[in-house]
Design a protein. Structure first.
Length: 129
């Protein structure tokens, strides 16, 4: 079940907030929940992310934590549809597009240094066992 996998992932990742600043959770005390979709945005994704955020708040949130935030990364989106889908949601959620051709935009000297998709999948499969 996706939620069980998600809760295992959250418990594993809870020690730090991944992001450009690399801030430790103990400094800002919040949970950021990301959902990556390889398809265009669908309004139903907001409900799924809201479910995950509710589970995180109920099961993992410390009383001193700030409210959990959600980030939904989709292959593409319609700004109008996203606005309607998020309009009455009471928690902070953002929707953004992601690119699949990032390697093509890397400087030439970095292109061979990243792991392949197969290597990443093998690494992730090893963690679930």
């Amino acid at each position: 079940m996706a939620l069980a996998w998600f809760l295992r992932k959250v418990r594993h990742d809870r020690g730090s907030l991944r992001g450009p600043a690399g801030l430790a959770e103990r400094h800002i005390r919040l949970d950021a929940t990301e959902e990556l979709k390889a398809v265009p945005f669908e309004p139903a994704f907001v409900g799924q992310l809201n479910l995950y955020l509710s589970a995180v708040d109920d099961l993992l949130r410390h009383p001193d934590d700030k409210p959990s935030i959600g980030l939904l990364l989709c292959r593409s989106k319609s700004r109008v549809v996203v606005e309607y889908a998020l309009r009455h949601l009471k928690r902070p959620v953002g929707v953004a597009e992601w690119e699949t051709q990032l390697v093509d935009k890397l400087p030439e000297d970095l292109r061979g240094t990243l792991p392949t998709v197969e290597e990443i999948e093998a690494e992730l499969e090893g963690r679930d066992e």
